[in-house]
Ligand binder design. Structure first.
Ligand SMILES: *[C@@H]1O[C@H](CO)[C@@H](O)[C@H](O)[C@H]1NC(C)=O
Ligand SMILES: *[C@@H]1O[C@H](CO)[C@@H](O)[C@H](O)[C@H]1NC(C)=O
Ligand SMILES: *[C@@H]1O[C@H](CO)[C@@H](O)[C@H](O)[C@H]1NC(C)=O
Length: 404
């Protein structure tokens, strides 16, 4: 009865209707990957799978370094479990360096310097980093990355590091040239320039800076000592408007929006958030750099650091010591013999704060309480572990344009 008066549907119309529904379904499915919910949004794991296809060796299991070493205390098996899972989902292979308890150390094993004022957590951390460096020296590795076990990274770590590799190859030369230029007397004065203009004139875009292709065998080169990839705050090198010595990577969409660029929710914003356009990454000579979450060393860098802190002097937390060493603030340092430390801002590795985050090192690390999350990392592997394990396609993104 209900159909009375309605024209009967032709077969053609039915096909048309079905086709229309399929098209609608397709778009609904497509847009589900772009949902925006309060600063967090979703992305699909499909979007990063292709990143392994990068032609460089950075695509390999050790991200183009000869080894990746993780410092993990045997009594923090929880952290070992978590970082192992994160590495497994991003195709990274890890070597372990056992964390050390200060109770197992004898006084006579410390190098000169007043280590007694340091808390036990600092002593153990220092020794673990020394053991990692010693292993690099013993095995004569050309490069290695040292990670702390609460480090987190982006699913797109390989494409980020491809840019960093170009930068690491060029910065030592740029710095050397700018230091030469400093010695020349006829430098124009730039007193009238604003900080933004100074920053602009001090920086070269990566497209101009990287003339050479990255080498297959040593993608990062080896003209540097330390490549500081994960930190919780880095001061840029002083501006060098007459001869740029920083490299900038524009439009890097893996970088959080500027209002989120700070190591904790209570810290002031990082200088890059106002000096450069949004989504810019800077590769620069290290000045003051906080936290040793992730750094790479070359063989010669490892030897220098092992001598400096394992043999010559140890009197402050290792992260402060490394920062001072890179910045020429160590006793007896001269400008000519400064180590070449290259930093990346914002960092590509960052501390992950789990729900009940506790550090074994008292008084070190970003101050204040932090809720769960990883600063600086938008497509965080750790934040998505549960979804990955459950085989879900949709991942959650952090630090978008929405509120925190
Ligand atoms: C990855 O590439 C680097 C640089 O060529 C090399 O030293 C390292 O051995 C490679 N790692 C693996 C696991 O093949
Ligand atoms: C260490 O490796 C370098 C090449 O990276 C090589 O020239 C040198 O002979 C090696 N040293 C030892 C002691 O094997
Ligand atoms: C770090 O910055 C300070 C202040 O701008 C500067 O005096 C110092 O020379 C810088 N250190 C290096 C290694 O460039």
């Amino acid at each position: 009865m209900a159909n009375v008066g309605m024209p009967p549907w032709s077969q053609g119309r039915v096909y048309l209707l079905v086709a229309f529904c399929l098209v609608v379904l397709f778009f609904v499915d497509k847009f589900q990957h772009e949902i925006h919910v309060e600063g967090a949004s979703a992305f699909s794991t499909k979007q990063f799978r292709s990143s392994k296809a990068l032609s460089t060796t950075i695509a390999n299991d050790t991200l183009g370094f000869e080894k990746i070493m993780v410092i993990n205390a045997p009594w923090r098996s929880d952290r070992k479990d978590s970082i192992s899972l994160a590495a497994s989902y991003t195709g990274i292979s890890l070597d372990w360096i056992d964390g050390i308890s200060a109770d197992d150390m004898q006084d006579k094993a410390y190098p000169p310097g007043n280590h007694k004022k340091l808390p036990p957590g600092n002593l153990g951390s220092w020794r673990a980093h020394m053991n990692a460096l010693r292993e690099i020296v013993e095995k004569n590795l050309t490069t290695a990355m040292i990670l702390e076990d609460d480090a987190d990274w982006d699913f797109r770590i390989r494409s980020q590091l491809t840019d960093v590799a170009h930068g690491a190859q060029e910065i030592p030369d740029l710095v050397a040239q700018s230091e030469l230029r400093l010695k020349e007397s006829s430098m124009p004065s730039h007193d009238q320039l604003s900080p933004v203009e100074l920053a602009g004139r001090s920086s070269l875009p990566i497209s101009l800076a990287s003339r050479q292709k990255i080498a297959k065998l040593e993608p990062y080169g080896r003209n540097w000592d330390v490549l500081w990839l994960g930190h919780c705050g880095a001061t840029l090198s002083p501006p060098s408007p007459n001869r740029p010595d920083r490299i900038f990577i524009p439009n890097d969409l893996t970088i959080p929006s500027p209002k989120h660029l700070r190591p904790t929710s209570h810290s002031p914003l990082d200088a890059i958030s106002t000096l450069y356009p949004p989504h810019t990454r800077i590769i620069h000579r290290a000045n003051t750099t906080l936290c040793t979450i992730a750094y790479a060393v070359t063989q010669s860098g490892a030897r220098k650091l092992l001598y400096e802190f394992g043999v010559r002097e140890f009197d402050r937390g290792y992260d402060f010591a490394l920062s001072d060493y890179c910045n020429g603030l160590t006793r007896g340092a001269t400008r000519e013999r400064l180590p070449m430390c290259v930093a990346v801002s914002p960092p590509v590795f960052s501390h992950h704060f789990a729900e009940k985050a506790t550090s074994d090192i008292v008084g070190v690390g970003p101050g204040g309480r932090t809720s769960e999350g990883t600063r600086y990392v938008t497509w965080s592997v750790r934040m998505n572990l549960e979804r990955l394990v459950r085989g879900q396609e949709e991942m959650v993104q952090q630090w978008g344009d929405g509120p925190e």
